[in-house]
Design a protein around this ligand. Structure first.
Ligand code: FES
Ligand code: FES
Length: 177
């Protein structure tokens, strides 16, 4: 009787490698994080599912809506398109890192005061985009606000209350300086 040899398909080694865990190390909201992650896991899934930071939302999962924005080294990025290993040794800020304990920051407070939140699904992403915009340009014009938010979609508010909230936040932050 012929001895059966086990033959692995050429793809099986690649598959095995893909399932190896990546030793991830980065800074999240000011704290060092170390974890072993699947190389194919998105940053969005990592923060929501593994770290249980569910403030960052996933909607389109295609880089179109901005609801999943986090800041990576101060720049807004769609966490649904970023793989967790891509933030190795970088600084990531999520919406949970924006408030001071239970206290909302100025932008969050103005969103509340101006009624710029309806279903709220877009709100964390909008706030992250606004944080980045106001950090590099403390006095944006209306056009600069619109350009800064062009990666964010809100299906509820019509944007006017959002723009008012951001303008008031910029004014309030200017007064503090
Ligand atoms: S969920 Fe990432 S851009 Fe829409
Ligand atoms: S408040 Fe509902 S999508 Fe913006």
């Amino acid at each position: 009787m012929k001895k059966r040899t086990s033959r692995k398909s050429p793809g099986s080694k690649r598959l095995q490698n893909a399932e190896q865990l990546w030793p991830l190390r980065f800074t999240l909201n000011g704290r060092k994080v170390q974890a072993r992650v699947k190389p194919t896991q998105t940053l969005l899934d990592f923060v929501r599912l593994e770290l249980e930071l569910t403030g960052t939302k996933g909607a389109c999962l295609e880089g179109e809506c901005g609801s999943c924005y986090v800041l990576v080294d101060g720049r807004p990025m769609n966490s649904c398109l970023v793989l967790a290993p891509q933030v190795q040794d970088r600084k990531v800020l999520t919406i949970e890192g924006v408030s001071r304990g239970d206290k909302p920051d100025v932008i969050q407070q103005k969103f509340i005061e101006c009624g710029a939140v309806q279903c709220g699904y877009c709100t964390p992403g909008l706030i992250m985009a606004a944080e980045a915009l106001l950090a590099r340009n403390p006095r944006p014009t209306r056009e600069e606000f619109l350009a800064g938010l062009e990666g964010n979609i809100c299906r509820c508010t019509g944007y006017n209350t959002i723009l008012r909230a951001l303008q008031e936040a910029a004014d309030a932050m200017g007064m503090k300086r």
